[in-house]
Ligand binder design. Structure first.
Ligand code: ZN
Length: 162
């Protein structure tokens, strides 16, 4: 498939691909192995010459992991051939919501961390058995997560929500 027919355009397009895969290689420190892209943190990639601007969306404000994520993204993008300058910023809008988590991200959270993702006000399913869950505490480890208990297998699960 030919994307762009001018040489300059094609080079720019592949640079963007390289930058996006560099960002993809960064995982959330709280969920090792799950890309921040799959968690819905990447909002924008702008490239002008060799200068790259990355716009990320924080999942929870004040999370100490945010500084680490920004540093990791900056280092990874800076290592991409053709990039000479990188700036990473946390955007105030749009707001992060569980709907931004990709299918692959949801699967990884479910199978590796026993974390369910709640969309809207639906009852999250138990990641282990698929049974219905009941909220046990409004506030889990952080503001946007809560703790539920599965009715079927009695497992305690963490629910990520907006
Ligand atoms: Zn269960």
């Amino acid at each position: 498939m030919v994307r762009i027919d001018t040489r300059g355009g094609a080079v720019a397009a592949s640079l963007e691909d390289d930058v996006r895969s560099a960002v993809f290689s960064i995982c959330d420190p709280e969920y090792p192995g799950v890309s921040i892209v799959d968690l819905g943190l990447l909002e924008s990639v702008e490239i002008e010459g060799g200068v790259v601007e990355i716009g990320l969306i924080p999942t929870f404000s004040g999370c100490p992991a945010l500084a680490m994520i920004a540093d990791d993204v900056e280092a990874a993008v800076l290592a991409v051939d053709g990039v000479c300058e990188v700036s990473v910023s946390w955007l105030r809008s749009p707001a992060w919501s569980p709907g931004r988590v990709s299918v692959r991200g949801k699967d990884a959270l479910k199978t590796e961390f026993t974390v369910a993702v709640q969309i809207g006000t639906s009852t999250p399913e138990c990641p282990l058995c698929g049974g219905p869950t009941v909220e046990k505490s409004m506030f889990g480890p952080s503001r946007c997560r809560s703790v539920h208990r599965c009715d079927a297998c009695t497992e305690t699960i963490e629910v990520m929500r907006g």
